[in-house]
Design a binder for this molecule. Structure first.
Ligand code: ARG
Ligand code: GLU
Length: 722
């Protein structure tokens, strides 16, 4: 859409709060009531019951929350799970060494006994979802004070969790929806023995890396394969060599027929967090003030880490996963801020708010309960802003990008434990500390962290609110003649904490000695002082946040009453959701139209031999030259790579299946387009698109590229269009 188009759209409220086909992350159990008719009108041939059913096997039985941060789906009756390469990245990285470099070379288990266990990794199925609002709010009456409401909710929650009938291998969780106006309960089953089965080399699974991340046109084969293992009676079990491949209630058939523009697409998964109902004042603060602060810190950290990874193969392995996490959000925030600006997001939300206010003022009851909501928001966000700036600046510096701080924050818990509960309590938890330190040092390079520190700590001194900065940190800085070189050298040269041998030796001795060396460490003192100080500085924010939370609940309720013509969906909260749309291109700029499907030709167009981001494996080039595509080519004779849809997705939807009108897998969700990353705050149907890998590319890679036919053989391949 052109700039003029966006403005027109704003005046007609065409985006804010008019839900378009495409917008929305819907609860599976409410599809029948809210969405089925629209879904069928968009081409879906299934019923809501085919997607979510408690009593019969349905699509939902093939969907898992992968590790609590991504989605996966079961694609064989032997518990084979498909997810993204970037979702399995931590695991692939952790099994990689310079000799066995699965990041660079890929990994394939050609036999079942080669599948690699992953301690700590789990997948969770949803057995059943139930609306428990009435039970949770039992005893609450409109008009009661919020503290009383909170107490009632807490008590009812605890008793419901206790009393709810379930099997002993199941869990029950309850989550608030619509800002606490509704509550839903989830019965879950979690499997802890999840093994790595296959992953392409990064030159396929992360093809295009950060340059292409969040962008279209895209050519990434972003997938990996895992397998769920269960006890011999098919129940959740911790890792054991006696475990057997899990037999699911349902696995997704895979379509070989591919997609065309306009085809129905359904994405089923676990979106993490969105904020679709923020007032304009909050959105403005997010994109104009807070995003730039976070982006600035990551800019500085990434410059150092990227350069070190390109220069040193050891750093490249050790920092692969850390760098990906930092870079991913960094680029997303840039896109989000640009997207809100380009679509006039803030103005459009303001226009919606003024309609809201008009309607509220025209109704005496509403006027009394809702008349001041927007004014209150303005007041609260205005008083929050200086704190939020400090929170984001310091959390990026001391909570994320400088590893020394991360180590100090972790050790600090043990220091506190020792001081509070004594030696015995400390010794009880010592094994955990040891394994944390082993993991920390396994992927740590002091030289890299030191350079990150030197660059990032400058932002603390230069960009902190003068009344929020830690006086001790200022004193330190003065002592070293305000030289970042000297400050860095002073802390990193002397830090016992960063000396693995010394730390491990100290851990073997008595805890008092260890505590003494930690507490006397200048690096420990420096970091801890900053963290403690910011905690004090931010104390008043707790109250502001609590007030905002109360306001959010009322505002959400008000929106639903004041705009009865809209179909509202709850913000993402890491619970299971369905989003549906169509295969669809878009217009990123005037006169430019992006086609919705990419092909292997495009991989070859981007190919730069030996490049850090755009190299292509020799085997793939061979297959391309020989046109050896088997049954996986599109009708045009080419291998499709990625396609676009108008499904409303967010972080956590990575690895979600893209499902066709009949319930077959057609693709694997892994990203959104740059122009539309603001959809977490503000969805614009004209440019918000999700990006999926075509299922046929995945099959082609497993079969032809990796030669792992045994895996294709256990899947169910179908031809729904024939
Ligand atoms: N942007 C996608 C997501 O949000 C993919 C990230 C993985 N790729 C990368 N280059 N870091 O997770
Ligand atoms: N790559 C994202 C993830 O890890 C999904 C993309 C998005 O945020 O939409 O979940």
């Amino acid at each position: 859409m052109t700039a003029k188009g966006y403005i027109l759209c704003g005046l007609l409220f065409c985006s804010s709060f008019s839900v378009f086909a495409g917008e929305g992350m819907w609860l599976p159990l409410l599809l029948k009531q809210l969405n089925e008719a629209e879904m069928q009108s968009m081409g879906m041939k299934m019923t809501a019951e085919d997607i979510y059913s408690v009593n019969n096997g349905s699509l939902k039985d093939a969907i898992v929350h992968f590790g609590g941060f991504c989605t996966g789906e079961v694609i064989s009756d032997k518990g084979l799970v498909l997810t993204n390469h970037h979702c399995g990245y931590r695991q692939i990285q952790s099994h990689s060494t310079l000799e066995n470099n699965y990041l660079d070379d890929g990994f394939w288990a050609y036999r079942q006994d080669q599948e690699i266990p992953n301690p700590g990794l789990f997948v969770t199925f949803i057995v059943k979802i139930e609306d428990v609002t009435a039970q949770i709010l039992d005893g609450y009456e409109e008009g009661m004070a919020d503290v009383i409401r909170d107490k009632i909710v807490e008590k009812n929650l605890a008793s419901l969790r206790q009393s709810y009938a379930r099997e002993d291998y199941q869990d029950v969780m309850v989550r608030p929806f619509f800002k606490g106006n509704q509550y839903f309960l989830f019965v879950t089953e979690t499997y802890n023995d999840v093994r790595l089965v296959g992953a392409p080399p990064s030159s396929i699974g992360k093809f295009g890396a950060d340059t292409d991340n969040w962008e279209w046109p895209r050519h990434t084969g972003d997938f990996s394969l895992f397998r769920i293992y269960a006890s011999p009676d098919n129940k959740p079990a911790d890792y054991s060599p006696d475990n057997v491949p899990f037999k699911p209630r349902h696995h997704l058939p895979i379509s070989l027929d591919g997609v065309s523009e306009g085809d129905f697409t359904l994405v089923f998964g676990f979106p993490g967090r969105t904020n679709e109902y923020l007032p304009s004042v909050a959105v403005e603060m997010q994109v104009d003030v807070l995003n730039p602060i976070k982006i600035g810190v990551r800019d500085a950290a990434l410059k150092v880490i990227d350069a070190a990874m390109r220069a040193d193969a050891d750093v490249k392995i050790k920092y692969a996963s850390k760098q990906a996490g930092i870079a991913n959000a960094w680029k997303k925030w840039i896109g989000e801020s640009q997207g809100i600006e380009k679509t006039n997001g803030v103005e459009n939300i303001r226009a919606m708010e003024s309609t809201f206010q008009q309607r509220v003022l025209a109704n005496e009851d509403w006027k009394a309960s809702y008349g001041n909501l927007l004014k209150d928001y303005d007041r609260l966000y205005t008083s929050m802003e200086p704190y939020a700036k400090t929170r984001d600046l310091v959390s990026e510096i001391a909570g994320r990008n400088i590893e020394l701080f991360r180590l100090v924050n972790y050790l600090d818990r043990y220091v506190a434990l020792y001081q509070r509960s004594g030696e015995a309590a400390f010794n009880d938890r010592k094994d955990r500390l040891i394994s944390y330190l082993e993991n920390f040092f396994k992927d740590y390079r002091k030289d890299v962290d030191r350079d990150v520190f030197k660059s990032v700590i400058q932002l603390y001194y230069e960009n902190s609110n003068p009344s929020h900065i830690d006086p001790n940190a200022v004193a330190y800085f003065t002592k070293v003649d305000k030289s970042y070189d000297k400050l860095t050298a002073y802390l990193y040269d002397n830090a016992v904490l960063l000396n693995e041998d010394k730390m491990m030796a100290a851990l073997k001795g008595d805890p008092a000695g260890l505590m003494k060396s930690i507490e006397e460490d200048p690096a420990y003192q420096f970091c801890r002082s900053i963290v403690e100080h910011v905690r004090t500085v931010l104390a008043p924010m707790g109250e502001i946040n609590a007030e905002i939370e109360m306001l959010d609940r009322t505002y959400m309720k008000a929106l639903m009453e004041v705009f009865p013509e809209k179909n509202f969906y709850p913000d993402a909260n890491s619970t299971m959701r369905v989003t549906y749309g169509q295969v669809k291109g878009y217009e990123p700029r005037d006169a430019v139209y992006y086609q919705p499907v990419t092909y292997l030709d495009g991989v070859m167009e981007k190919y730069v031999p030996g490049d850090y981001e755009f190299d292509v494996p020799a085997k793939l080039i061979e297959l391309y030259k020989a046109k050896d595509y088997g049954q996986y080519a599109d009708t045009n004779g080419q291998i499709p790579i990625c396609f676009l849809g108008s499904n409303h997705t967010t972080g956590g939807n990575s690895g979600s299946p893209a499902i066709d009108a009949h319930g077959n897998l057609i693709g694997l969700n892994f990203d959104r387009v740059w122009e539309g990353t603001m959809s977490d705050l503000y969805y614009d149907a004209s440019i918000c698109r999700n990006i999926m890998v075509d299922a046929r590319y995945i099959l082609f890679l497993i079969d032809k590229f990796a030669g792992a036919e045994r895996l294709v053989q256990e899947m169910t391949l179908v031809h729904p269009k024939k």
